[in-house]
Design a protein around this ligand. Structure first.
Ligand SMILES: Nc1nc2c(ncn2[C@@H]2O[C@H](COP(=O)(O)OP(=O)(O)OP(=O)(O)O)[C@@H](O)[C@H]2O)c(=O)[nH]1
Ligand SMILES: [Mg+2]
Length: 333
């Protein structure tokens, strides 16, 4: 037997079934948590029972989404927030969704180093998850990773994601508090308008306030809030907060605003509605992905329907219903 084969066998022998990792995950073992997240990310069927068990232990953490256009300063801000929350005694979890784009490969490595530095000094848990190759499964596995951290006692749990793409928006809207980060001087004042993510903000942060251009971005955002261009969530007026991760300036303000929003959700009773909405979105998101998966399996059948529609034998809506095995007369517009 070659050394290679025996080391592979040893590895296989060392595989601990996910369900057996569960007590260690709940006890906060970093190794068990990391393994469980890998299995969620890898879509291991074997892990689904453990993840279902884990879900029963969730619902305690404050989940904070941080989003913004590429280069807005999200990762740098997350590193600063880790330190700020940890110094108040919080056990911070971070899931950073990497766009895996060829343009940000270097930045991601830099992010990891920076965040890991912040994490190591404060016992925070930081994990990057790649989007590449995960089309459709990203939201599911990211939120399962959040579940793992929640069950293990982390709070707040920060999800960092670039605000483009349906999956990323799905991820960030699963947070209780959403921070949209805008950066000054990246073309126009408020790039996030174009990305359509301003509306989802509970808190607007403007990064790089050590730069003089930041003031213009802050006043433009405040002006839009005053004009009602951006819809405010009921009973909560989203603040516009300049921050600088470089000078550390006003990171405390952002930390306090995040805490204040969490209190607001609890005191106003809005938290229950948000929780319901998050559950609904997770069910529907997963159902949509399962459907997509089913369609992918039916590629040959779809080909036949396409040909039939091209030939004018059937119309597209009949073909769609045949593809779905849709019974009855329901007319969907
Ligand atoms: N001057 C200044 N530069 C900053 C600040 N925050 C971030 N930067 C710089 O802005 C660049 C982008 O920061 P990142 O934190 O990687 O931005 P990001 O939003 O995570 O980027 P992606 O993950 O690629 O979308 C880096 O060169 C940072 O050093 C800040 O507060 N002040
Ligand atoms: Mg980043």
């Amino acid at each position: 037997m070659s050394a290679h084969t025996s080391s592979r066998q040893a590895k296989r022998a060392a595989y601990i079934p996910s369900i057996e990792l569960l007590p260690d995950v709940l006890a906060g073992s970093v190794l068990a948590i990391a393994r469980m997240i890998s299995r969620a990310e890898g879509g291991y069927a074997e892990a689904s029972e453990a993840l279902a068990e884990i879900y029963k232990h969730t619902g305690k953490a404050h989940i904070v989404g941080i989003t913004g256009v590429p280069g807005a300063g999200k990762s740098t801000l997350v590193s600063s927030l880790i330190k700020a929350f940890a110094s108040d005694g919080y056990k911070v979890g971070v899931i950073a969704v990497d766009p895996s784009s060829p343009f940000s490969g270097g930045a991601i490595l830099g992010d990891r180093v920076r965040m890991n530095d912040a994490a190591q000094s404060c016992q925070a848990f930081v994990r990057s998850m790649a989007t590449r190759g995960h089309l459709g499964g990203l939201a599911r596995s990211t939120l399962q990773a959040v579940d793992v951290l929640d069950a293990a006692g982390y709070s707040p749990i920060i999800i960092e994601t670039v605000g483009v793409g349906q999956d990323e928006v799905e991820v960030v809207t699963a947070a209780h508090t959403i921070v949209v980060l805008s950066a000054p001087g990246l073309g126009d004042d408020i790039q996030a308008i174009k990305a359509g993510i301003l509306e989802i903000a509970d808190i607007h942060a403007v990064s790089k306030c050590d730069k003089p251009e930041a003031a213009a971005a802050v006043s433009a955002l405040k002006g839009m809030m005053a004009l009602g261009t951006i819809k405010a969530n009921s009973g909560w007026n989203p603040p516009v907060l300049p921050v600088s991760s470089v000078s550390g300036e006003r990171i405390g303000n952002l930390k306090e605003a995040i805490g204040r929003h969490w209190m607001h959700l609890q005191e106003s009773g809005e938290l229950a509605d948000r929780q319901r909405n998050i559950c609904k979105a997770r069910i529907l998101g997963t159902a949509r992905h399962l459907f997509q998966h089913k369609f992918n399996e039916k590629a040959d059948e779809l080909e036949k329907h396409i040909q039939a529609v091209v030939n004018r034998d059937v119309d597209p809506s009949v073909a769609a219903r045949l593809l779905l095995g849709w019974e009855g007369e329901v007319w969907v517009t």
